[in-house]
Design a protein around this ligand. Structure first.
Ligand SMILES: [Fe+2]
Length: 231
């Protein structure tokens, strides 16, 4: 019996080593599965998507569009810089736009979205922009990921005026970057701060459009990009 145990010892030692390897593999697989589950979670995607596109105005090095956006937010009054012509655009059933400030190739366009409307996935090949949330009930997506947790108004309940909690948050949308969104029953407003590229004079961002259009009226005002008619 003693002899048998001695003979078995190397095998037992090998087995315990094999068991340890199996246990380590189990731990690693569990950790990977947990990480994968977190990655698939909608909240995780929204958080990482927002962080990826968020514009941090506190950083030391701002590029020219970020500096212009900071100027608009700090110094452009609600009235006072609106161009005397070509400053208003209405797309029936979808949006109304007002140019608050224009200094080519830069401009700041306030966009008011109609309640219960959608912005189909699209891109702007000749416009680099920073989109600043003003208020309302909107859920935006960039590169296929929603960047806000829900299509409901986020209200800061501790503020005396119950302002929108995320007002002023800004995301960068680069030329040709696919984005879109859904607008809830309250409608929504955002400030699109733009730099127009390739020598194209600024008009309205909805005139430089690649992807599915809103409808025929929208298609008729597009002057650059590759629009796809939905009618
Ligand atoms: Fe857009």
């Amino acid at each position: 019996m003693t002899k048998n145990l001695k003979e078995l010892q190397p095998a037992l030692a090998q087995l315990s080593l094999a068991q340890i390897v199996i246990d380590i593999r189990r731990v690693l697989i569990f950790a990977f599965q947990k990480q994968a589950a977190e990655y698939r979670s909608p909240m995780f995607n929204e958080f990482t998507a927002f962080k990826r596109h968020f514009v941090d105005f506190q950083k030391t090095e701002l590029d020219d569009l970020e500096r212009y956006c900071r100027f608009v937010l700090d110094h452009v009054p609600v009235i006072g810089f609106v161009p005397f012509s070509g400053s208003l655009s209405v797309i029936s059933g979808h949006s109304t736009s007002l140019i608050l400030h224009r200094d080519p190739p830069y401009q700041a366009q306030l966009i008011l979205k109609q309640p219960n409307s959608i912005i189909p996935p699209h891109s702007h090949p000749n416009v680099d922009s920073i989109e600043v949330y003003v208020g309302g009930d909107m859920r935006a997506a960039i590169d296929g990921d929603f960047i806000s947790p829900g299509a409901s108004v986020c209200v800061n309940q501790s503020h005396p005026l119950k302002i929108a909690a995320h007002r002023g948050q800004a995301v960068r949308i680069h030329p040709n970057q696919v984005h879109g969104g859904v607008i809830g029953p309250s409608g929504g407003a955002f400030l699109s701060v733009q730099k127009w590229l390739h020598g194209i004079s600024p008009t309205f961002v909805q005139c430089d459009w690649s992807g599915p259009t809103l409808h025929a009226e929208h298609l008729s005002i597009i002057t650059s990009g590759v629009p796809l008619s939905q009618d």
